[in-house]
Design a protein. Structure first.
Length: 680
């Protein structure tokens, strides 16, 4: 833990929700599922320190005039720029001000900015010499250490036959390497832990080793994927696979068939996309990496499949096989043909026929079948039609992973299955902030247990609805390494939305106006068991029950007494949050003396309006500087910088890849980054 301190100037990588439509490094392309932003503007904080704000206003106006004069000839549109905050302005804790561009600037943007992400591979050290940027007062070792490149391979727990990307068994899965070390002063994650989950914390990945091998062989006049103009690009791969020969669908089928006697507990890795999605060279390279590292490297345990949303409801994909195949082939690049399923809203009306009762609150205003409100419908139906899979991963096209996909999925699954059921819901309701607990998840778990004990109530340990209201739980075998099933794994906490200001907390349909117990985990990327999806299907089809997509799986698990786990994914931030203060904001812990003095008590000693409040709601702006959330602008910025895209605004000093003082191309540890709306 470290003391709360502010910087006089806060150059921020992040932007306000009002800027999301911009282009450039932080620009977001339009999503077909978008109706209302889930990020709401902050409006719940009381007005405080009006006298101080009056003084600040004069400084803001004066500085704004100077800035406007200096930038009046700028060629780039302002929405592509990384905002420069007003020097000298102190924003009280928990509050915000608006600058001359009407951009809302929050108190956390004045925390010290973390720049160690951009050090580059020439600053690598072994883990024994590594000191995170947050430990500013700790001296670096004087002796040198030179990390080496080491191969990265999938660790499969059975001796299966090798798989190939073509039908002739000649196109091998690429072999690539990572550095066994980290850039000195690489920041530590604020939340989550590599070591706790079982991810290699002593390894970092650069764009050439990680991604170039999955690109097409460039023509003489082309740079090729992951190659940055004027950047640190050597050495490039000597040879790349001829991906034009890849037949991923048949290759996956063949891979499973030759290993089916040894594969126990198959898993589907479902990539959600839509029929008019435009696939960039980076999209295709990432998909090749996913299929190679998840489907083929696993020897058939995983099967990658596309669930394609056909947005034109006038196309009767369920009525004509020829029309279905035509749309299917037009929806994906040729190399991915044979590994997709189409769905449409019109089709879902046939699967789950109307009428549905009125929702408690339909905040988005759309009908119940819209993808925005019922994204789980097609996945439920897919699981119903594919009983060969025990588990279903749900993935999004705008997620990027710096490390090996198989390592990520296997580590997360194994960790979740090891977690005891006792106090699982209570542990999973909070972000794990390792610096608060000496980097020990066991200490965190003990603190949660103690908190529950202080309430006088026991932990959740049984179905949360009357058994007479529930369907029979379908049969499903336990996994090989556990004596029970983990039905839901999420990458964000499973919180109780009932007393929060989350906009969709009451998007609940079919419960006769009575609000059932609920849980939600925001961002739909997750792993679900077959029996959970079957129960969701039965509840929807048989009882007309449904909820907002990020609430329905967790709530059904809660109702039936199933096991649900939030896996503490390492999440990084662009500013140095004090850990105690982060706990007050992200976990809605009781505010301490400093926060009380700053006026951060918004009800019963909590920042988010009471004990039942949550960061998920109007306060979501705090995630803008993170690497994983729906509005995490820093994720896109960091990914694009990792790809070698030039920083046109020089907001990080001495971070160039080449030239005097250049640190070489960036090398990042295992990260899951979301959302990435542009790679180019």
């Amino acid at each position: 833990m470290h003391e709360l301190r502010l910087e006089s100037s806060s150059d921020s990588f992040t932007r306000s929700p009002d800027d999301e439509a911009g282009s450039g490094l932080l620009g977001h392309s339009t999503s077909p599922h978008k109706r209302h932003r889930r990020q709401l503007s902050l409006s719940s904080f009381p007005a405080r320190r009006l006298v101080a704000y009056t003084l600040y206003a004069g400084a803001l106006i004066a500085c704004a005039l100077v800035i406007i004069w200096l930038h009046r000839g700028a060629a780039r549109a302002t929405e592509t720029q990384i905002p420069k905050e007003v020097p000298g302005a102190r924003i009280p804790l928990g509050q915000s001000v608006r600058n001359s561009d009407n951009r809302e600037i929050f108190w956390w943007e004045q925390f010290p900015r973390l720049t160690g992400y951009f050090q580059g591979r020439r600053n690598l050290v072994t883990l024994s010499h590594y000191i995170p940027e947050q430990n500013r007062n700790e001296s670096e070792p004087t002796e040198s250490s030179t990390p080496l490149l080491t191969p990265v391979r999938a660790q499969v727990d059975f001796d299966g036959e090798k798989c190939y990307a073509d039908e002739e068994d000649t196109l091998e899965i690429p072999q690539w390497s990572a550095y066994k070390g980290l850039p000195q002063r690489m920041p530590a994650p604020l939340m989550g832990s590599h070591n706790e989950i079982g991810l290699d914390s002593a390894r970092c990945y650069d764009r050439i080793e990680r991604l170039a091998i999955y690109g097409d062989q460039p023509a003489d006049h082309e740079a090729g994927i992951a190659v940055a103009e004027g950047g640190d690009n050597d050495p490039l791969p000597d040879r790349r696979p001829n991906w034009k020969r890849a037949k991923w669908g048949p290759a996956q089928d063949k891979c499973y068939e030759r290993n089916r006697e040894k594969v126990v507990g198959r898993e589907a890795f479902i990539v959600r996309t839509w029929s008019n999605y435009t696939y960039t060279a980076y999209d295709i390279a990432v998909l090749r990496a996913i299929i190679s590292e998840v489907g083929l490297a696993s020897r058939g345990k995983y099967t990658v499949h596309f669930l394609v949303h056909v947005q034109d409801e006038g196309i009767p994909i369920w009525a004509s096989e020829d029309e279905y195949n035509r749309v299917l082939e037009a929806s994906l690049p040729r190399e991915f043909h044979g590994m997709a399923t189409l769905w449409s809203v019109a089709q879902m009306r046939l699967i789950y026929p109307p009428p549905f009762p009125e929702s408690i609150v339909n905040f988005s205003g759309g009908e119940v079948y819209e993808a925005y409100r019922s994204l789980h419908f097609p996945l439920q139906y897919f699981a119903e039609k594919h009983p060969e899979f025990d588990y279903f991963w749900q993935w999004e096209m705008d997620i990027r992973v710096t490390g090996h996909y198989h390592e990520l999925l296997e580590a997360v699954s194994a960790w979740a299955e090891r977690q005891p059921r006792a106090y699982a819901w209570e542990r999973s309701a909070k972000f794990f902030i390792p610096s608060l607990f000496d980097n020990s998840y066991a200490k965190f778990a003990e603190s949660v247990k103690n908190e529950v004990g202080e309430t006088g109530h026991g932990p959740i340990s049984a179905p949360q609805r009357e058994l007479s209201e529930l369907f029979r739980i379908p049969e499903q075998a336990n996994p090989v390494h556990a004596d029970h099933i983990t039905d839901l794994i999420t990458f964000n906490p499973l919180f109780d939305p009932s007393q929060t200001q989350w906009a969709f907390r009451d998007d609940i349909t079919g419960y006769q106006g009575n609000r059932p117990p609920t849980r939600a985990a925001l961002i739909t990327a997750s792993r679900m068991s077959r029996r959970l999806l079957k129960l969701m299907h039965h509840e929807t089809w048989g009882k007309k029950h449904t909820m907002f997509p990020e609430m329905f799986p967790a709530s059904i698990a809660l109702h039936y007494g199933l096991k649900a786990i939030y896996a503490p994914l390492p999440v990084y931030f662009d500013h140095d949050w004090p850990s105690v203060h982060a706990n007050e904001i992200f976990n809605n812990a009781k505010v301490g003396a400093a926060a009380q003095a700053a006026g951060m008590d918004h009800g019963d000693g909590y920042f988010h309006g009471g004990k039942g409040g949550s960061v998920f709601g109007p306060g979501e702006h705090v995630f803008r500087g993170s690497t994983y959330y729906s509005n995490a602008a820093f994720a896109s910025y960091l990914w694009n910088r990792w790809l070698g895209h030039e920083d046109p605004h020089s907001e990080v000093e001495g971070d160039k890849e080449t030239g005097e003082g250049g640190g070489g191309r960036m090398c990042l540890p295992m990260m899951v980054l979301h959302p990435i709306k542009s790679d180019e």
